[in-house]
Write a new protein. Structure first.
Length: 232
């Protein structure tokens, strides 16, 4: 179990224990770690603003103040600013609006001291991001991808030819700094790459996709990977 997951599970166990609390030995046994590690985790929870209480002596232990509420993951100021910078620098990325909303939720539950440090540090990070394209178009292709429904687009090619296409979305890909909708084009009956910036109009239809997969697109370049992969 990763430490962030353990901290969340630890806070939930303390919450469930109520006024009885839990001993450090019991917590160490349940999480299969040392007592020393548990105490470090408890200190980390307390630094994050969690209302951890301790009761020394026989029958004592640790617990959380009644009625307390904790975020699922505790972030440092630098981690929070890293998320803010990543979202600000990628305004044209798929689901960037959802990402911005998610980051705001995280900021809203930071303890006041960490939030103040994050706000101060954020003022020292400048981002020059290119203007994002039409929000309506991005929302349509994002919805089509998430719901796996055919999207009808009006597309202007690099050569200036404009056509209407029905596309079954397969994946989003960033190539040479530009985002593409990659999908099965029903007009050409083949996988095609569409630069999102050249989509003039997009409407999600009620037609479900027929099951084209990422494998049909081929192998990604050696320097590319899916976003759920861990950084090298």
């Amino acid at each position: 179990m990763k430490r962030a997951e353990r901290l969340h599970a630890l806070s939930e166990m303390l919450r469930r224990s109520g006024s009885r609390g839990c001993s450090a030995e019991r917590l160490a046994h349940d999480f299969d770690v040392s007592v020393r590690t548990v105490k470090r985790d408890l200190e980390a929870l307390e630094r994050s603003g969690a209302p951890v209480w301790s009761r020394p002596g026989p029958g004592g232990g640790y617990g959380l103040a009644a009625g307390s509420s904790l975020p699922p993951v505790s972030l440092s100021a630098s981690q929070a600013v890293a998320l803010m910078a990543a979202v600000s620098a990628a305004r044209d990325a798929p689901y960037s609006d959802s990402a911005a909303a998610g980051v705001q939720k995280i900021l809203d539950v930071l303890d006041p001291r960490t939030r103040a440090r994050a706000d101060e540090l954020a003022g020292r990070v400048w981002v020059s991001a290119p203007p994002s394209g039409s929000r309506a178009i991005r929302s349509a292709v994002e919805e089509a991808m998430a719901e796996q429904r055919v999207v009808r687009i009006r597309y202007t090619s690099q050569g200036g030819t404009t056509t209407d296409r029905d596309v079954e979305p397969v994946l989003f890909a960033s190539r040479n700094g530009q985002w593409h909708l990659v999908g099965w084009c029903r007009t050409r009956e083949a996988i095609r790459w569409f630069a999102v910036s050249r989509i003039q109009r997009a409407n999600v239809t009620s037609t479900p996709c027929t099951g084209h997969t990422v494998d049909e697109v081929g192998e990604p370049p050696s320097h590319a990977r899916a976003v759920h992969g861990q950084p090298d």
